[in-house]
Design a protein around this ligand. Structure first.
Ligand code: PRP
Ligand code: ORO
Length: 213
């Protein structure tokens, strides 16, 4: 693990982005941990989050035309990341995000910000089953745009409902590179060295047995 990934885990634990308990996921899976970006509630923490995402993009060396934040949590992420890229790294990449419901008046439509065109990097918080990513590809493909990369904070490293919607499936089907700031393996590696984590780890291991890749 790189030092900034360690720092990211420290940040997520300190800010209680990573929570332990009983959580129902979008897929219906019952998880003993939850990654909750929505618990960040001030500009300072959000700008720190933006720094980690910007770092991951720069480290990847991937070239893109537009950043696309997926509603809802991808919206503050892509906004914070874009500000950090401009302010700290002098990198100006257009960004946009979607509405979950189509707006039928005023400017209308589903997109806010830049048009979707060329090589698109999708920005979100986590991938669990990958189903949400498959749904978002439909939005991207309805423009003259291609999904060429995905950047998330946490890859939960779970197997998916069907063979076609796992991470490797997305990468192969769409020639699309997926990068994550951390993976569940990174998190486990960190938690193993922390005191009082053995019970949480026990629950994570049995969850992994059921849903892990
Ligand atoms: O890989 P999957 O099984 O599809 O699950 C992961 C998705 O679940 C959450 O979406 P949700 O629509 O709940 O996000 P929101 O809180 O940002 O609206 C999360 O933000 C991911 O996009
Ligand atoms: O799969 C999900 O719904 C999910 C998992 C997670 O860790 N965090 C989140 O916001 N959603």
């Amino acid at each position: 693990m790189k030092e900034w990934q360690y720092k990211f885990i420290e940040f997520t634990l300190k800010k209680q982005i990573i929570k332990f308990g009983n959580f129902t996921l979008k897929s219906g899976r019952k998880s003993p941990y939850f990654f909750d970006i929505g618990s960040l509630s001030n500009g300072y923490d959000l700008s720190k989050l933006g720094c980690f995402y910007a770092q991951a993009l720069i480290d990847s060396g991937i070239k893109i035309d537009v950043l696309f934040g997926l509603a809802y949590k991808g919206i503050p992420i892509v906004t914070a990341m874009s500000i950090i890229l401009a302010r700290n790294h002098n990198i100006k990449i257009p960004f946009c995000f979607n509405r979950k419901e189509i707006k039928g008046y005023g400017e209308g439509g589903v997109l806010i910000g830049s048009n979707l065109y060329g090589k698109v990097m999708l920005i979100d918080d986590v991938i669990t089953t990958g189903i949400t990513i498959y749904e978002s590809i439909k939005i991207i493909n309805s423009y003259e745009a291609n999904l060429t990369s995905i950047l998330i904070a946490l890859d939960r490293e779970e197997h998916k409902f069907t063979k076609t919607n796992d991470i490797k499936g997305i990468e192969n089907d769409y020639q699309c590179k997926i990068i994550s700031i951390i993976s569940l393996s990174n998190l486990i590696e960190y938690l193993k060295k922390e005191p009082n984590m053995s019970n949480n780890l026990k629950h994570i291991y049995s969850y992994q047995d059921k849903y892990g890749t």
